[in-house]
Design a protein around this ligand. Structure first.
Ligand SMILES: [Zn+2]
Length: 135
């Protein structure tokens, strides 16, 4: 999906993209893990692979210095998938570590995940996630 400023934000906030995740995609720091999670979902929806890469913690299993390949795999997932909505199930905030459990509705099926976020140099990063049905 090509992002347009006036479309509803893919993260499901009910706000326009330009008033929602767009500012994070343009470089503002997400103030908490929940905003980061929502903006990452939106980034997948609009095919912003560099945002996904920039907000991934270096300890994440997907993290690689082979940026080209990583970008390609994000973009192909993004192109092959319709992003139908995001439902936040739980948010556990913390100083250095936070958890967001969500259900991402994708054309390929629902993806339920409990994601872990870590703060590094004052910014939140996606650390890792476990798929869950126990929600
Ligand atoms: Zn948003």
């Amino acid at each position: 999906m090509k992002p347009s400023p006036n479309m509803l934000c893919p993260c499901g906030s009910g706000n326009k993209y330009k008033k929602c995740c767009s500012k994070y995609h343009k470089g503002a720091f997400a103030p908490d893990a929940l905003s980061l999670m929502r903006s990452r979902y939106s980034a997948y929806a609009v095919g912003n692979s560099s945002y996904i890469i920039k907000t991934t913690h270096p300890d994440n299993p997907d993290y690689t210095t082979d940026i080209k390949n990583w970008e390609d795999s994000i973009l192909s997932f993004s192109k092959q998938t319709n992003f139908l909505g995001l439902e936040i199930i739980d948010f556990i905030d913390g100083e250095e570590e936070a958890f967001v459990t969500f259900n991402a509705r994708l054309s390929s099926g629902d993806l339920k995940e409990k994601s872990r976020f870590l703060k590094l140099f004052g910014r939140w990063f996606y650390a890792d996630g476990t798929f869950t049905d126990a929600v």
